[in-house]
Design a protein around this ligand. Structure first.
Ligand code: PXP
Length: 239
């Protein structure tokens, strides 16, 4: 089974919002990503709307491109998702002022709220995933509160320096992955993945989808988006 690539295009919108112009257009970027091998287009609708805007979601939906929405459980965001009806969503923690998502959800503290939000979106026929750290307790809890998939956070793996420490982080991902598979949860991963660190994560048994944004958009400045996406898709399936 080939591994799916979700390309996160938030940073195309970041560039557009720097001037509040119409270019670069995230929808145009999504089209290039799709024709270059992306299986799904990932967007994070943040409460502060710092990059992706509500209109971007409706435009992508209208274009019929497979849409994976990253979002918090804030009630207005959940209400927006019920209107947009993405193919799938992933609940992520969101802290105002953070530079990027800082880690997996705290399912112990937020479990009840997240469970309600999962039920609401699943009721609309949307596949629901949870962004979690690679820990057994989080994966078990994700299953218990009704998630369809888990997206394991690769942030720590990506940031860790040194062969042995990185191998340790990879093992944590592998173990969490086995557990997710055993519990019949779809297995996804992402955050901080780039052209240098992605292959070992792609080799994790049962991995179905990798969601990658920053490294692809950063590389596209030099190579163009088509080449950046094509190279990543090739790399993750080079096992
Ligand atoms: N997965 C999740 C849940 C995220 O929040 C993000 C960042 O928006 C990504 C994947 C992509 O991370 P990166 O931009 O570092 O590739």
């Amino acid at each position: 089974m080939s591994i799916k690539l979700g390309v996160n295009i938030d940073h195309v919108a970041t560039l557009r919002q720097a001037r509040k112009e119409v270019d670069p257009d995230p929808l145009a970027a999504a089209r290039v990503c799709k024709t270059s091998g992306a299986d799904l287009i990932v967007m994070h609708i943040r409460q502060d709307r710092r990059h992706i805007q509500d209109e971007d979601l409706f435009k992508l939906r209208k274009a019929g491109i497979h849409m994976h929405l990253e979002m918090s459980t804030a009630s207005d965001i959940v209400a927006l998702a019920t209107k947009v009806k993405p193919d799938s969503v992933c609940f992520v923690p969101e802290r105002s002022g953070e530079i990027t998502t800082e880690g997996g959800l705290d399912l112990k503290a937020g479990g009840k709220l997240i469970e309600k939000a999962i039920a609401k979106l699943k009721g609309e026929g949307i596949e629901v995933g949870l962004f979690v750290d690679p820990e057994a307790a989080s994966v078990r809890m994700a299953k218990a509160i009704g998630a369809d998939t888990v997206e394991l956070s690769t942030a720590k793996y990506a940031k860790t320096l040194g062969k042995h420490k990185q191998e340790f982080e990879l093992e944590r991902l592998e173990l969490a992955g086995y557990l997710a598979h055993e519990l019949k949860l779809g297995l996804h991963a992402g955050h901080g993945l780039d052209y240098h660190n992605v292959v070992p994560v792609a080799q994790i048994p049962h991995m179905a989808c990798l969601n990658i944004g920053f490294s692809i958009i950063a590389r596209s400045v030099f190579t163009g988006l088509k080449t950046a996406v094509t190279e990543m898709k090739k790399l993750i399936n080079s096992r």
